[in-house]
Design a protein around this ligand. Structure first.
Ligand code: PMP
Length: 359
């Protein structure tokens, strides 16, 4: 099979090895004569799939199972925008607004209680990461989005939450680099960029913080409902969790987060150099280099017509998914963990040729 160079922002590219093991499991799981999709989620085999995915997740994050709980939930990262304040907002909440997804999280929090936007780059169409903010000492948590999928920015440093619980939406850069995950009280991420297909959301919660979550309310929206039932309060997204487990094994096998970070830095540097070397033709959309995402690379060309032409010709060259999000336009290349170096090299070669023919 001829794999396309896939730069889709999400659902995004997955490792071919993972697709192949999934293909087998979809038809005949572990030689059991049935598909992984045809089995009870309470069977010992599927419980084991969940247990292995959870323990691999904690291993990659260097966290202890006595300190953190791993959940796999439905509803996408968007449901977490609501569940976080529903469970933890008692006095007030602090948010850093760095893009469309932060804004959506803030909207849900405002619906539930007092919500402070302590820093924002909205006025400049989110082309930087705010560095100055004062966290309110009375807040139940500080929430931020580690990587802004649409705008191509990321937090290089974990924000200092000044002893307020720290919550992060890592949907578009989870497992892309080494981090001190013990700084977080709650991390969530939709699977469909760096882990698997859409349908499962990973939630990792510090146990001491989980204890403070609301006890009563709508059952499906309480973290405690899901933690008490080991993510099996209702029928969970079994196939996506299977794929997540396979992807985490793949990360481990290629050398863990250290090696993944190394590869991601190489890929993103190659692409940013290609943009920066053509001053006046390609223009990166993020102001400060330190804020540049290593997952979603965004840039513009001198005119919208040239951008259209760029995308049309790119498609013909087997380069797919490069159209920028409708809210900022331009070009966006999403180079998630599973995007091979060869795809980035093919894109850079195309960019060189396009520049020579159109400058
Ligand atoms: N947060 C971020 C950073 C995202 O990129 C996305 C989706 N692109 C979401 C949240 C929303 O995720 P979902 O579609 O799983 O609800």
């Amino acid at each position: 099979m001829n794999r396309i160079h896939n730069f889709s922002a999400g659902p995004g590219v997955l490792p071919i090895d993972v697709l192949n093991s999934t293909k087998n499991a979809v038809v005949d799981f572990n030689n059991l004569g049935m598909s992984v999709m045809e089995m009870s989620h309470r069977s010992k085999e599927i419980v084991e799939v969940f247990d292995v995915a959870k323990s691999n997740c904690l291993k990659l994050m260097n966290l202890d199972k006595n300190d953190y709980t791993v959940l796999f939930l439905g509803g996408g990262a968007s449901l977490q925008f609501a569940m976080v304040p529903y469970n933890f907002l008692k006095n007030e909440s602090d948010y850093i607004n760095t893009g469309e997804w932060s804004r959506k999280a803030i909207k849900e929090s405002k619906f539930i209680g007092e919500t402070n936007v302590i820093a924002s780059s909205e006025d400049s169409n989110y082309n930087f990461i705010p560095k100055d903010y004062n966290v309110n000492s009375n807040s139940d948590y500080l929430h931020y989005t580690s990587n802004n999928t649409i705008f191509g920015t990321r937090f290089f440093e974990i924000p200092d939450s000044k002893n307020i619980p720290l919550i992060c939406d890592m949907s578009s850069d989870i497992f892309s680099r080494k981090l001190d995950f013990s700084k977080f009280d709650l991390i969530y991420a939709g699977a469909q960029k760096n882990m698997g297909p859409a349908g499962a959301t990973l939630v990792v919660i510090k146990n001491s913080y989980l204890e403070t979550a609301n006890e009563t309310g709508l059952s499906m929206l309480l973290y405690k409902t899901h933690s008490k039932a080991d993510s099996m309060y209702n029928t969970p997204p079994v196939l996506p969790v299977y794929v997540i487990g396979e992807t985490l094994k793949w990360i481990e096998n290629i050398g863990g987060l250290e090696e993944i970070e190394n590869l991601n830095n190489k890929k993103s540097n190659l692409l940013y150099n290609a943009i920066d070397s053509k001053v006046g033709f390609y223009k990166g959309s993020v102001i400060d280099k330190i804020d540049r995402s290593i997952m979603n690379i965004t840039w513009n060309l001198p005119t919208e017509e040239l951008e259209e032409k760029f995308m049309k010709e790119a498609t013909k060259s087997n380069l797919s998914g490069l159209k920028g999000h409708r809210s900022i336009g331009g070009i966006r290349a999403s180079i998630y963990n599973a995007c091979p170096m060869e795809s980035v090299e093919a894109l850079v070669e195309f960019m060189e040729n396009f520049y020579s023919n159109n400058k």
